[in-house]
Design a protein around this ligand. Structure first.
Ligand code: 5RP
Length: 231
């Protein structure tokens, strides 16, 4: 079974959590895209939900499927968010932002009574950090922010390189919020909570991709079947 088939399986299992009348957060990425496709098919059959997206890409996909969409301003409390992740550990701590949507993803997850991660089981790790940690920054004063991030990383025992994310054409990638992303190549993160706190204290850092205490469950699809972590 391909990785894409596994992602679709996890998405299909998550769809079973959706009940009529729910206010949903829709994630971003290839796994979340499967969920939105499957949700769109249920909406076409008459399922009543109201959704908020985590990116312009997901917003466009959901609208094309005629999924009823709202905003977090009009619908500030959500019942359930379904989103992918770049890494998940057994404490349901995540690295997210591989798709550059971490800021809205974190805002939407924090506004949700429940967040469920969907992924293929290669995303499950014993220690976070093999996947580069995305750090969303304000373009103003980038060099000063970069140095502060390096110092924060060293203070949290997480040394590594910082790489400004670019698009395939070489131009700097600009997020939906108009910011830039530094990807921190750490190898492993010994103390995710310490690093999260240290990064959050830097003025030029808008948000970072460590999601701690936000995910309630993870549905992981592998060759042997589905594994559910959490509740
Ligand atoms: C986007 C994300 C994605 O959820 C994450 O990158 C996983 O993507 P995929 O499902 O394509 O593996 O955090 O910012």
């Amino acid at each position: 079974m391909s990785s894409d088939d596994l992602k679709k399986q996890a998405a299909a299992r998550a769809l079973e959590l959706v009940t009529p009348g729910m206010r949903l957060g829709l994630g971003t990425g290839s796994t979340a895209k499967h969920f939105v496709d499957l949700l769109g098919a249920r909406v076409a059959e008459g399922l009543d939900v109201l959704c908020v997206s985590t990116s312009e890409v997901t917003e466009a996909q959901a609208r094309a499927l005629s999924i009823p969409m709202s905003t977090l301003d009009a619908t500030p409390e959500l019942d359930l968010t379904i989103d992918g992740a770049d890494e998940v550990d057994r404490e349901l701590r995540l690295i997210k932002g591989g798709g550059a949507a971490l800021l809205r993803e974190k805002i939407v997850a924090a506004a949700s009574a429940r967040m469920v991660v969907i992924a293929d089981d290669t995303k499950l790790v014993e220690r976070l950090g093999r996947f580069p940690l995305p750090i969303e920054i304000v373009p103003f004063g980038m060099e000063a922010t970069r140095r502060a991030v390096l110092a924060a990383m060293a203070g949290a025992g997480a040394a590594g390189d910082l790489v400004l994310r670019r698009k395939a054409d070489g131009s700097v990638l600009v997020t939906d919020g108009g910011h830039w992303i530094l990807d921190a190549h750490l190898g492993e993160i010994a103390e995710p909570e310490s690093l999260s706190t240290a990064l959050a204290a830097i003025p030029g850092v808008v948000e970072h991709g460590l999601f701690i205490g936000l995910a309630d469950a993870a549905i992981l699809a592998g060759a042997a079947g589905l594994t559910v972590l959490g509740r």
